[in-house]
Design a protein around this ligand. Structure first.
Ligand code: ADP
Ligand code: MG
Length: 349
């Protein structure tokens, strides 16, 4: 049986490097008019009409992903998504990506086909061209690095450093689900190691697992903000939890802020599952990660334009730098926000 299965697996070494690249990339179509030269030359050529934004992420097996529960197709998809999220956080439109991989001979050609199927699906959904990359071997494991390019009108670009006193702090979607999805997958992995015949019922956690294994970046938000006629004063994507991201905005903008615990949007599955894990759902929203929602600030005068919008929630406001950065809890306690974990001691002023 095993031998039979293994015979279906084509070792990477049986294909030359060029044949492998050609095999993996031949189906990629070019859709962006700014892509002048794509895969196949020493470098790609791009002709953006507006300003170019660039962002890179590097993902390492065992550090950023675990292939025992992350299917390669999902990994390919998610590697693209994390980069799209960074481009949207600049209020820009992604246009091209490059994909670089290092693989050990543990991976057959079929595994790379899966990875590339996920990359192709994401490239199609986010309307970006795959214009190049690099392929090399590694002694252990898989590494994948994606660079995304995007375009933005120079008047529309949004940085982390533009938040002003009295601005409102807004958040898209809800927080904490991806972190809890990871906890569920880790738990099931351990159950499986003890009893490989166990059949877990993951239905109650479907949203959490989807947010971990198949996240999406908020491509709707830059377009929506444009339609509403709102240009955020600052923006960042949530990859490391609300706490550290709002602190990035405050530090770079040289302002303080107050966030209200009761305003932080949580999915019902996040609430029930954090109870099951005996964890505080606010702590998870503040310090979890991989939500890929957008956190941004707007001027008070833009409030009427976003007031009734179901895609975003006002969770706080910006203050003078001397006011510091705090969370107001449900019982009206003022707690300093800290990156990764928040101090439970009440502030003495
Ligand atoms: P060079 O030796 O000049 O770096 P390569 O032989 O590595 O060129 O790559 C040939 C072409 O294939 C280039 O256009 C490169 O961008 C593209 N390419 C290489 N590896 C990948 C990959 N993993 N995914 C997408 N494109 C790739
Ligand atoms: Mg190369």
């Amino acid at each position: 049986m095993l031998e039979n299965k293994d015979s279906l697996k084509t070792p990477i070494s049986s294909m030359g490097e060029f044949a492998l690249i050609e095999h993996l990339t031949k189906h990629f179509e070019i859709k962006q008019s700014s892509t002048i030269k794509s895969i196949g030359d020493d470098a790609a050529v791009i002709d953006h009409k507006e300003q170019t934004v660039v962002s890179t992420d590097l993902l390492i097996e065992g550090v950023h992903f675990d292939l025992s529960y992350m299917p390669l197709k999902h990994l390919g998809y998610k590697s693209v998504v994390v980069n799209m999220s960074d481009i949207f956080a600049m209020n820009a439109t992604p246009t091209q990506i490059t994909v670089s991989i290092a693989v050990s001979n543990r991976f057959p050609v079929e595994a790379l086909e899966e990875l590339y199927a996920g990359i192709a699906t994401a490239a199609k959904y986010y309307n970006v061209d795959v214009i190049g990359g690099d392929t090399t071997s590694s002694t252990h494991g898989l590494m994948i690095s994606i660079t995304a390019l995007g375009e933005v009108d120079k008047k529309q670009v949004v940085y982390r450093d533009g938040a002003k006193e009295n601005d409102l702090v807004l958040l898209t979607g809800d927080l904490g689900a991806a972190y809890l999805g990871l906890q569920i997958l880790e738990r099931e992995k351990q159950v499986f190691q003890v009893n490989p015949n166990s059949q877990p019922d993951l239905e109650p956690y479907s949203y959490l697992i989807e947010r971990q294994l198949k996240p999406e970046a908020r491509k709707d938000i830059p377009a929506l903000l444009k339609d509403l006629g709102v240009k955020p004063t600052s923006m960042i994507d949530i990859s490391d939890g609300l706490s550290s991201e709002i602190l990035h905005i405050c530090k770079q903008s040289e302002v303080g802020c107050t966030i209200y615990e009761d305003k932080i949007p949580l999915d019902p599955q996040v609430i029930t599952t954090s109870e099951e894990f005996n964890m505080d759902s606010t702590t998870i929203a503040l310090n979890g990660g991989e939500d890929y929602e957008l956190l941004f600030t707007i001027s008070q005068e833009d409030y009427p334009k976003i007031k009734a919008n179901p895609n975003m929630t006002v969770i706080g406001h910006i203050l003078k730098p001397t006011e510091g950065t705090h969370l107001i809890t449900r019982d009206n306690t003022k707690i300093p926000l800290i990156a990764r974990g928040w101090s439970a001691t009440q502030e003495n002023e």
